[in-house]
Design a protein around this ligand. Sequence first.
Ligand SMILES: [Zn+2]
Length: 234
Amino acid sequence: MLDEVRALLILQDRDRRLLALVKELEKLPQDEARAKTKLAGDETAVTKSHDTLLAAELKVKKIELDTETRRTTIKRLKVQQFETRKNDEYQAFSHEIVRYEKEIDGLETLELQAMEAVDKCREIHNAAKAALAHTQKLIREDLDSIAQRQQRMQAEHAEVAAERATLATQVPGSALPLYERLMRTKLGLAVAPMAESRCGGCHMKVIASTAIKAQAGQELAQCENCGRILYMAD
Ligand SMILES: [Zn+2]
Protein backbone atom coordinates (compact mmCIF):
# COMPACT_ATOMS: atom_id res chain seq x y z
CA MET A 1 0.00 0.00 0.00
CA LEU A 2 1.23 3.50 -0.77
CA ASP A 3 2.44 5.42 2.30
CA GLU A 4 0.27 8.26 1.08
CA VAL A 5 -2.82 6.05 1.09
CA ARG A 6 -1.93 4.60 4.49
CA ALA A 7 -1.64 8.10 5.92
CA LEU A 8 -4.92 9.12 4.29
CA LEU A 9 -6.65 6.07 5.76
CA ILE A 10 -5.57 7.10 9.26
CA LEU A 11 -6.72 10.65 8.55
CA GLN A 12 -10.03 9.30 7.23
CA ASP A 13 -10.53 7.30 10.40
CA ARG A 14 -10.23 10.51 12.46
CA ASP A 15 -12.41 12.44 10.02
CA ARG A 16 -15.10 9.82 10.22
CA ARG A 17 -15.00 9.96 13.99
CA LEU A 18 -15.34 13.73 13.81
CA LEU A 19 -18.30 13.43 11.42
CA ALA A 20 -19.98 10.89 13.69
CA LEU A 21 -19.44 13.15 16.70
CA VAL A 22 -20.90 16.16 14.89
CA LYS A 23 -23.91 14.06 13.89
CA GLU A 24 -24.40 12.94 17.49
CA LEU A 25 -24.01 16.49 18.77
CA GLU A 26 -26.60 17.71 16.27
CA LYS A 27 -29.10 15.18 17.63
CA LEU A 28 -28.84 16.46 21.20
CA PRO A 29 -31.26 19.40 20.82
CA GLN A 30 -33.86 16.94 19.52
CA ASP A 31 -33.31 14.73 22.56
CA GLU A 32 -33.73 17.79 24.75
CA ALA A 33 -36.89 18.86 22.95
CA ARG A 34 -38.33 15.35 23.26
CA ALA A 35 -37.71 15.36 26.99
CA LYS A 36 -39.36 18.76 27.34
CA THR A 37 -42.40 17.71 25.29
CA LYS A 38 -43.09 14.99 27.84
CA LEU A 39 -43.00 17.65 30.54
CA ALA A 40 -45.47 19.84 28.64
CA GLY A 41 -47.96 16.94 28.50
CA ASP A 42 -47.77 16.42 32.25
CA GLU A 43 -48.06 20.16 32.91
CA THR A 44 -51.22 20.29 30.79
CA ALA A 45 -52.68 17.38 32.79
CA VAL A 46 -52.03 19.26 36.06
CA THR A 47 -53.62 22.49 34.74
CA LYS A 48 -56.63 20.62 33.38
CA SER A 49 -57.22 18.60 36.55
CA HIS A 50 -56.86 21.80 38.60
CA ASP A 51 -59.49 23.55 36.45
CA THR A 52 -61.81 20.56 36.88
CA LEU A 53 -61.25 20.61 40.64
CA LEU A 54 -62.05 24.34 40.85
CA ALA A 55 -65.22 23.82 38.82
CA ALA A 56 -66.29 20.98 41.14
CA GLU A 57 -65.62 23.12 44.22
CA LEU A 58 -67.58 25.97 42.68
CA LYS A 59 -70.52 23.62 42.17
CA VAL A 60 -70.53 22.78 45.91
CA LYS A 61 -70.41 26.48 46.78
CA LYS A 62 -73.32 27.20 44.45
CA ILE A 63 -75.41 24.46 46.07
CA GLU A 64 -74.50 25.85 49.52
CA LEU A 65 -75.59 29.29 48.40
CA ASP A 66 -78.87 27.93 47.02
CA THR A 67 -79.48 26.14 50.33
CA GLU A 68 -78.66 29.27 52.29
CA THR A 69 -81.08 31.33 50.19
CA ARG A 70 -83.86 28.88 50.97
CA ARG A 71 -83.02 28.88 54.69
CA THR A 72 -83.28 32.68 54.69
CA THR A 73 -86.59 32.43 52.87
CA ILE A 74 -87.90 29.91 55.41
CA LYS A 75 -86.90 32.25 58.26
CA ARG A 76 -88.74 35.11 56.59
CA LEU A 77 -91.79 32.90 55.96
CA LYS A 78 -91.80 31.77 59.57
CA VAL A 79 -91.81 35.39 60.77
CA GLN A 80 -94.65 36.19 58.39
CA GLN A 81 -96.47 33.05 59.49
CA PHE A 82 -96.07 34.05 63.12
CA GLU A 83 -97.45 37.49 62.40
CA THR A 84 -100.51 36.41 60.46
CA ARG A 85 -103.87 36.04 62.08
CA LYS A 86 -105.61 34.37 59.17
CA ASN A 87 -105.79 30.62 59.28
CA ASP A 88 -105.69 30.11 55.50
CA GLU A 89 -102.63 32.35 55.22
CA TYR A 90 -101.03 30.43 58.08
CA GLN A 91 -101.66 27.18 56.16
CA ALA A 92 -100.28 28.65 52.95
CA PHE A 93 -97.07 29.65 54.76
CA SER A 94 -96.82 26.12 56.16
CA HIS A 95 -97.05 24.63 52.66
CA GLU A 96 -94.43 26.99 51.35
CA ILE A 97 -92.10 26.27 54.26
CA VAL A 98 -92.48 22.52 53.69
CA ARG A 99 -91.82 23.01 49.97
CA TYR A 100 -88.59 24.92 50.68
CA GLU A 101 -87.51 22.36 53.28
CA LYS A 102 -87.97 19.59 50.70
CA GLU A 103 -85.91 21.61 48.27
CA ILE A 104 -83.20 21.91 50.93
CA ASP A 105 -83.29 18.13 51.42
CA GLY A 106 -82.78 17.68 47.68
CA LEU A 107 -79.97 20.23 47.66
CA GLU A 108 -78.24 18.50 50.57
CA THR A 109 -78.26 15.24 48.64
CA LEU A 110 -76.83 17.09 45.65
CA GLU A 111 -74.22 18.70 47.86
CA LEU A 112 -73.04 15.31 49.14
CA GLN A 113 -72.70 14.07 45.57
CA ALA A 114 -70.90 17.23 44.55
CA MET A 115 -68.52 16.88 47.50
CA GLU A 116 -67.74 13.31 46.50
CA ALA A 117 -67.02 14.61 43.01
CA VAL A 118 -64.65 17.18 44.55
CA ASP A 119 -62.81 14.38 46.39
CA LYS A 120 -62.42 12.43 43.14
CA CYS A 121 -61.21 15.53 41.30
CA ARG A 122 -58.71 16.23 44.07
CA GLU A 123 -57.40 12.66 43.84
CA ILE A 124 -56.96 13.01 40.08
CA HIS A 125 -55.28 16.40 40.53
CA ASN A 126 -52.91 15.03 43.19
CA ALA A 127 -52.06 12.08 40.96
CA ALA A 128 -51.34 14.47 38.07
CA LYS A 129 -49.09 16.57 40.33
CA ALA A 130 -47.23 13.46 41.49
CA ALA A 131 -46.81 12.31 37.88
CA LEU A 132 -45.47 15.75 36.95
CA ALA A 133 -43.00 15.74 39.85
CA HIS A 134 -41.84 12.27 38.80
CA THR A 135 -41.43 13.37 35.18
CA GLN A 136 -39.61 16.53 36.25
CA LYS A 137 -37.14 14.39 38.15
CA LEU A 138 -36.65 12.06 35.17
CA ILE A 139 -36.26 14.99 32.81
CA ARG A 140 -33.74 16.67 35.05
CA GLU A 141 -31.77 13.43 34.93
CA ASP A 142 -32.24 13.21 31.15
CA LEU A 143 -31.13 16.79 30.62
CA ASP A 144 -28.16 16.27 32.94
CA SER A 145 -27.10 13.18 31.03
CA ILE A 146 -27.58 15.00 27.70
CA ALA A 147 -25.41 17.86 28.96
CA GLN A 148 -22.76 15.40 30.14
CA ARG A 149 -22.86 13.59 26.81
CA GLN A 150 -22.46 16.90 25.05
CA GLN A 151 -19.45 17.84 27.17
CA ARG A 152 -17.84 14.45 26.61
CA MET A 153 -18.38 14.57 22.87
CA GLN A 154 -17.18 18.16 22.58
CA ALA A 155 -14.02 17.24 24.48
CA GLU A 156 -13.48 14.19 22.29
CA HIS A 157 -14.13 16.29 19.19
CA ALA A 158 -11.51 18.84 20.23
CA GLU A 159 -9.03 16.07 20.98
CA VAL A 160 -9.59 14.24 17.67
CA ALA A 161 -9.58 17.52 15.72
CA ALA A 162 -6.17 18.42 17.18
CA GLU A 163 -4.83 14.97 16.38
CA ARG A 164 -6.31 15.19 12.90
CA ALA A 165 -4.60 18.54 12.26
CA THR A 166 -1.23 17.00 13.11
CA LEU A 167 -1.92 13.91 11.00
CA ALA A 168 -2.87 16.08 8.02
CA THR A 169 0.57 17.71 8.04
CA GLN A 170 2.16 14.26 7.97
CA VAL A 171 0.46 13.01 4.77
CA PRO A 172 3.19 12.50 2.18
CA GLY A 173 2.70 13.30 -1.51
CA SER A 174 0.18 15.70 -2.96
CA ALA A 175 -3.13 13.86 -2.58
CA LEU A 176 -4.34 15.77 0.49
CA PRO A 177 -6.43 18.38 -1.42
CA LEU A 178 -8.00 15.58 -3.49
CA TYR A 179 -8.73 13.70 -0.28
CA GLU A 180 -10.26 16.78 1.36
CA ARG A 181 -12.51 17.38 -1.65
CA LEU A 182 -13.63 13.75 -1.79
CA MET A 183 -14.27 13.73 1.94
CA ARG A 184 -16.71 16.62 1.52
CA THR A 185 -18.51 15.26 -1.53
CA LYS A 186 -18.44 11.48 -0.99
CA LEU A 187 -20.35 11.13 2.28
CA GLY A 188 -17.26 10.86 4.45
CA LEU A 189 -15.59 8.11 2.47
CA ALA A 190 -12.73 9.40 0.32
CA VAL A 191 -10.48 6.34 0.46
CA ALA A 192 -12.31 3.11 -0.30
CA PRO A 193 -11.21 -0.52 -0.32
CA MET A 194 -11.29 -2.35 -3.61
CA ALA A 195 -12.47 -5.95 -3.50
CA GLU A 196 -12.92 -8.19 -6.54
CA SER A 197 -12.25 -5.15 -8.71
CA ARG A 198 -15.20 -3.29 -7.22
CA CYS A 199 -14.96 0.13 -5.61
CA GLY A 200 -15.94 -0.06 -1.94
CA GLY A 201 -17.52 3.41 -2.20
CA CYS A 202 -19.82 3.26 -5.21
CA HIS A 203 -19.69 -0.56 -5.68
CA MET A 204 -19.04 -0.24 -9.42
CA LYS A 205 -16.52 -2.50 -11.14
CA VAL A 206 -13.41 -0.58 -12.00
CA ILE A 207 -11.54 -1.02 -15.28
CA ALA A 208 -8.66 -3.51 -15.37
CA SER A 209 -5.89 -0.89 -15.41
CA THR A 210 -7.29 0.79 -12.29
CA ALA A 211 -7.59 -2.59 -10.53
CA ILE A 212 -3.97 -3.35 -11.38
CA LYS A 213 -2.85 0.09 -10.18
CA ALA A 214 -4.65 -0.39 -6.85
CA GLN A 215 -3.19 -3.88 -6.45
CA ALA A 216 0.36 -2.80 -7.27
CA GLY A 217 0.21 0.04 -4.75
CA GLN A 218 2.91 2.03 -6.57
CA GLU A 219 0.82 5.00 -7.55
CA LEU A 220 -2.50 6.53 -6.56
CA ALA A 221 -5.50 4.68 -8.01
CA GLN A 222 -8.91 6.33 -8.29
CA CYS A 223 -12.28 4.80 -9.11
CA GLU A 224 -13.14 6.17 -12.54
CA ASN A 225 -16.83 6.19 -11.62
CA CYS A 226 -16.86 8.13 -8.31
CA GLY A 227 -13.27 9.37 -8.10
CA ARG A 228 -12.55 7.78 -4.70
CA ILE A 229 -8.98 6.80 -3.91
CA LEU A 230 -8.75 3.02 -3.93
CA TYR A 231 -6.63 0.59 -1.99
CA MET A 232 -6.44 -3.16 -2.09
CA ALA A 233 -8.60 -4.74 0.61
CA ASP A 234 -6.87 -7.55 2.52
ZN1 LIG B 1 -16.29 4.30 -6.94
